[in-house]
Write a protein that binds this ligand. Structure first.
Ligand SMILES: [Zn+2]
Ligand SMILES: [Zn+2]
Length: 399
């Protein structure tokens, strides 16, 4: 048996445990930077395995190192990353392991990622004296747009000591069970947030001519922005502008003095990203001026594109072929979703893969971030074997 087949068999044997961990996390979801219970469960498990654990890294992150007792000081280090946060969604599934924290739900599958990380820790710790190097386990808070990766990096997750490669995964409910997407180059997009505040002049709903209606000006901006992708972006390139939140006004008979829009912009490169920001700014100011309003627009944070290195993807391809079979390893068109795993990959090149989690009996599962999201738990052992395998393969390659 190859090491990959052994890891796969051991991961399969761990299936009931992985399911129990995942369901426990699913029942107790926590929002970004509030993963106190989750981080506690992870840290306890890692300590039980005999690992030295750092907690509170990037607020609620957990880091542990799996070391060979004999490893030289300059032995290679590979980072494996698992995200732990849930989303502000009221779960609508009628499941025994439904969220017990109303309004918060693991609707992206990070409960599965955290369980996979605990499984990887167990498998690799067992054979730590056979590892030709070290494995740095990073359990990350706040992936969902809150900058958890950067918070951990700013708190030293990539130093003392520094890993030279990073690997991670996302379970993916749109992909058939246990298919694995491995690709070199861009997988996911650059994502930026925007916030626009329109200032008008409030007044009585029956006396509109004495007001500057912030709802009307903001509505025109929402519509006009949709022409940027349709009429300013080169059709052979890709971009998205989505207004995802529109808040204004409080009463039936008061014209609102202010409106606030929040949303996201997506692209695959910096130049396009800056172009979208520039056009949005120009249009917002132009429309406000036409309506006698003013506005402020800001772009609070960006998450870089998720780009896999050639070497990282090649290594992952070999490992995935051993674990799921070559016919199950596939590629997809790059998608406009984003992932702050990119912050790790930009500093420690490697590969981020997708693992199919669609239940074959229910291929039309709800998408990620939907209140009825769920996934096929039979992908959990595959995820464990893939990332444990990637760590072993990388360390062997560096030897
Ligand atoms: Zn998500
Ligand atoms: Zn996610």
């Amino acid at each position: 048996m190859t090491i990959y087949q052994t890891l796969k068999a051991e991961a399969e044997a761990l299936f009931p445990t992985l399911v129990a961990w995942r369901r426990d996390f699913h029942q107790h979801p926590e929002l970004g930077f509030q993963e106190v219970r989750t981080a506690g469960v992870v840290a306890d498990h890692l300590r039980e395995l005999g690992l030295e654990v750092s907690t509170g890294v990037g607020k609620t992150g957990v880091v542990a190192m799996i070391e060979n007792d004999e490893a030289a000081n300059d032995a290679p280090i590979v980072l494996l990353r698992f995200d732990m946060d849930a989303l502000p969604i009221l779960e609508q599934n009628d499941l025994p392991y439904r969220s017990r924290n109303d309004g918060v739900m693991h609707a992206c599958g990070h409960d599965g990622h955290t369980a996979i990380g605990m499984g990887v820790a167990q498998l690799l710790t067992k054979r730590r004296n056979e590892l030709p190097g070290r494995v740095k386990l990073v359990f990350q808070p706040a992936e969902e747009g809150l900058g958890g990766a950067l918070a951990m990096i700013n708190d030293g997750a990539l130093t003392e000591p520094k890993p030279t490669a990073a690997f991670g995964l996302h379970l993916w409910s749109r992909l058939p069970l246990n298919q694995v997407v491995v690709q070199s180059g861009p997988l996911w997009a650059t994502a930026g947030k925007f916030e626009l505040i329109v200032h008008g002049r409030g007044g009585h709903g029956a006396v509109p001519h004495e007001t500057v209606d912030a709802v009307l000006a903001a509505s025109q901006i929402v519509v006009a922005w949709q022409s940027i992708v349709a009429r300013n972006v080169d059709p052979s390139e890709t971009a998205v502008i989505s207004v995802c939140s529109f808040n204004s006004g409080e009463a039936y008979n008061i014209i609102a003095a202010q409106a606030k829009l929040l949303g996201t912009i997506r692209s695959f490169d910096d130049k396009m990203h800056k172009f979208l920001q520039q056009r949005m700014t120009e249009m917002a100011h132009g429309i406000c001026q036409a309506y006698g309003a003013t506005c402020e627009i800001s772009f609070p944070s960006d998450c870089p594109a998720t780009i896999n290195s050639v070497a990282g993807a090649a290594l992952m391809q070999t490992v995935a072929e051993q674990i799921v079979g070559a016919e199950q390893v596939t590629q997809i068109k790059p998608m406009m979703v984003a992932e702050d795993m990119s912050e790790f990959l930009n500093r420690a090149p490697g590969c981020f893969i997708l693992v199919g989690a669609s239940d074959p009996a229910q291929p039309m599962h709800s998408p990620h971030h939907n209140p009825t999201f769920d996934f096929d738990e039979r992908m959990l052992p595959t995820g464990v074997a893939l990332l444990a395998g990637a760590a072993v393969a990388y360390l062997q390659e560096q030897r």
